[in-house]
Design a protein around this ligand. Sequence first.
Ligand code: PLP
Length: 446
Amino acid sequence: MARTISLKTAIPGPESQALLARRARAVPKGVPAVTSIAIAHAEGAVLTDVDGNRFIDFGGGIGVVNVGHRHPAVLDAVREQLDRYLHVCFPVSSYEPYIALAERLNAITPGPHEKRTFLLNSGAEAVENAVKAARAFTRRQAIVCFEHGFHGRTNLAMALTSKVSPYKKGFGPFAPEIYRIPFPYCYRCAEGPHGGRCCQADRSRLEQLLAAIVDPDSVAAIIMELELGEGGFVVAPVEYVQTLAGLARDHGILFIADEIQTGFGRTGKFFASEHYGLIPDLLTTAKSLGGGLPLAAVTGRADVLEASPVGGLGGTYGGNPVACAAALAVIDVMQRECLPDRAARIGARMMTRLKALAAQHAPIGDVRGLGAMVAIELVKDRATKEPDKTLTGRILQEALRRGLLLLSAGTYGNVVRILVPLSVDDAVLEEGLDVLGEAVAAATRS
Ligand SMILES: Cc1ncc(COP(=O)(O)O)c(C=O)c1O
């Protein structure tokens, strides 16, 4: 079988280096350059850089191309829309692709209840708008969020985000009425599971925790990633989420599931909420929704979303028609190609391979994830679990040098996460996992 990876130069090659040098003079360093390569072409799960080197993409544009780069059905839908109109502004003149996408999202998100959807441009914008809508409906102001959570870089989203450096450092003041509680991070929990159950999944304990920081009856919403994304692919236990959702319901608190990274088949279901039997009041999506074009959505209970005043929601660009056309094609592809099932199979394969790798390399302290949202956590010592950010960086570098693009995550920067396009061929997946194994071996040797 021919290998997919093909390297013609050392990495980064001269053309990438030249572009990155231009970048450094033109773009502030606050916009990170996670890899040292510049891309000329992308297809499926393969990236070609400006030097003609071919890489396997285990980052998927940070979870944006679950259907694969340049899926033909997405390209066709985009081309067709290009010939009609690019922008008319949905709040000014309605158009069908926006309405059709709202209908599709209302239908595929969890729960048979009456829903509404409105569209935005980025994940952070969706989060901000979900919070706005929750506050308008409940007439309450407080929002509960989680340690290790990530919700974006705009002011309110940044306030909801946990990790200080680099997301918040020097960027205050932060939005008020934000209250943070611990995320059920089993690998790092001091107590360990109680008879196999999450120690935090205890109703009275959660009530006490909340009551110590805020009056539950003043809380508009709890916002949660069911599997942390940037926070390191930590999966919340089912019993914890169910207990929390019950508590929220009893106090009239809305549950916002931030499915911006977990959505669109990534976890082996269309939405991670489905693993939990959770019907969120509001659900935010972005990333893979647009198949590569900028698009985000808030979907939720009709009564909640109808509580915001006319003109209070939306924006000039939200729900761009070309992005809507792409999103409709993404949903078709996901359903036609059964990509959530494919994610479950890819995830099972990755789990087997990564657990075998962990058996060989002591620094891999944990292997975890739902479906194809899988990660390894690197530690200096399995007993102390001291995070090993340096080793994580070396693994990413060794992988890139060998033609595999990988991303890190985690509050301590010590997690290697995989967001491979779900359309990836088995052979390409195996080749990528082989390279990951070589990279871990090389990084732990050096
Ligand atoms: C769970 C989650 N919420 C919100 C965001 C913010 O999305 P965006 O970068 O499109 O603003 C992200 C981005 O990584 C995310 O993973």
